[in-house]
Design a binder for this molecule. Structure first.
Ligand SMILES: Nc1nc2c(c(=O)[nH]1)N=C([C@H](O)[C@H](O)COP(=O)(O)OP(=O)(O)OP(=O)(O)O)CN2
Ligand SMILES: [Zn+2]
Length: 124
């Protein structure tokens, strides 16, 4: 049996973005509140009854959040162009190594705008 556990966090960050449309406002430094959800999938460990203790996932997410919250996203090493797509990939790759193989989905969204992006990984 495959289970999926997930946890969310949010961060406030600034960025600029080059776009074909609505270019002027996006090119100026502006900020968003971003929400992110990381899902891990796998079997239950019969000894613990858990896929993984959610407290361990929370610790991993706190480490990722520190790299994004109140940062200028254009300057975050390894992020690249600060789009929702690249944020999904960055978050997946910035998780501690022991969590990464179990990541099945990373979703990032901006509640105020209704924008969202999800990155899905093939289950192991
Ligand atoms: N596929 C993607 N498209 C866009 C992304 C993205 O990450 N992936 N990002 C943006 C911008 O971040 C942009 O700032 C959002 O633009 P917009 O919807 O115009 O929102 P505003 O910041 O202008 O909203 P306000 O209501 O004025 O704060 C665009 N596209
Ligand atoms: Zn923006």
């Amino acid at each position: 049996m495959q289970f999926t556990i997930s946890q969310r966090f949010f961060f406030d960050a600034a960025h600029t973005l080059r776009r074909e449309i609505e270019a002027e406002g996006s090119r100026r430094i502006h900020g968003h509140t971003y929400h992110a959800e990381v899902s891990l999938s796998g079997p239950r460990d019969p000894a613990t009854g858990m896929v993984l203790d959610l407290g361990l996932l929370r610790r991993g997410l706190d480490l990722v959040r520190e790299q994004l919250d109140h940062h200028m996203l254009d300057e975050v090493p390894g992020l690249g162009i600060p789009t929702l797509e690249n944020l999904c990939l960055f978050i997946a790759q910035a998780l501690p190594a022991e969590l990464r193989p179990r990541v099945s989905r990373v979703r990032v969204w901006r509640e105020a705008l209704g924008d969202s992006c999800a990155l899905d990984f093939t289950p192991p």
